[in-house]
Design a protein around this ligand. Structure first.
Ligand SMILES: C[S@@+](CC[C@H](N)C(=O)[O-])C[C@H]1O[C@@H](n2cnc3c(N)ncnc32)[C@H](O)[C@@H]1O
Length: 221
């Protein structure tokens, strides 16, 4: 099935509210357990950037799993960042997790480089996927860890509808619609491998980690 792009930013109030309150326990806890397998806590440097952090659920989980880390999340949606800041306050993590309003590419963050760069479900939103990989290069240094998870485009629309029913069946209509369009906008592993080759990041590993997710991970040499 050919890729169908979806709108880039999640700026709508209703969409942001639905996303911020959705149940991402299963995929987001998988994100963290795979991240800890890849970058054990004792080996992880203290500075983490989360690109396209949305409502900060991944930032908060990373902060809890890596108690010595400080996390800078960035997103271009004001509505998402408002929900994220509220969640960080409620979690009592304001001293270690800061959110920044910024649009990739060319976003300005407090640090020039990070020990670990993470991103979840941003890649398929970007009009040009190379934006993410160039930002990964720009914000990293030799030895930085890279951990990017995203959706995996299914083989056809029927399979996409099946995945929506299985994983999003009880969610509000706006979330089911978003998930369907995100599946159609996602990349296949071979497409991501091509992107990484073009970005001179071919040494990063591309792995399918569930029936709907792929993972790109490794260290910058
Ligand atoms: C599907 S959400 C994922 C949010 C979060 N990473 C998570 O896992 O819950 C994608 C996020 O990327 C943001 N985004 C998309 N394109 C962006 C860009 N060029 N610069 C900054 N943020 C962007 C959207 O606003 C949205 O909040």
């Amino acid at each position: 099935m050919k890729r169908v792009p979806e709108p880039e930013l999640m700026e709508g109030q209703e969409q942001s509210r639905a996303y911020a309150h959705a149940d991402f326990e299963e995929p987001h806890s998988r994100f963290l357990s795979l991240m800890q397998d890849t970058f054990p806590v004792r080996e992880a440097g203290p500075w983490v950037a989360d690109l396209g952090c949305g409502a900060a659920d991944i930032c908060i989980r990373v902060a809890r799993a890596y108690p010595h880390c400080r996390i800078h999340g960035v997103d271009a949606s004001r509505a998402m960042l408002d929900y994220g800041r509220q969640a960080i306050r409620e979690a009592g993590l304001e001293d270690r997790v800061q959110l920044h309003s910024g649009y990739l590419p060319g976003v300005t963050l407090p640090r020039r480089s990070y020990d670990t760069i993470v991103s979840n479900s941003l890649l398929h939103h970007l009009p040009d996927p190379m934006i993410l990989w160039r930002e990964v290069r720009r914000l990293s240094r030799p030895g930085s860890g890279v951990f990017v998870m995203d959706l995996l485009r299914p083989g056809d629309r029927r399979r996409a509808r099946e995945l929506v029913r299985t994983y999003c069946g009880d969610e509000p209509e706006i979330l089911r619609r978003d998930f369907y369009h995100s599946l159609l906008a996602a990349y296949r592993p071979n497409e991501v491998s091509d992107q990484l080759r073009k970005a001179d990041l071919a040494h990063l590993e591309v792995r399918i980690v569930s029936d709907r997710h792929l993972l790109v991970c490794g260290r910058i040499p």
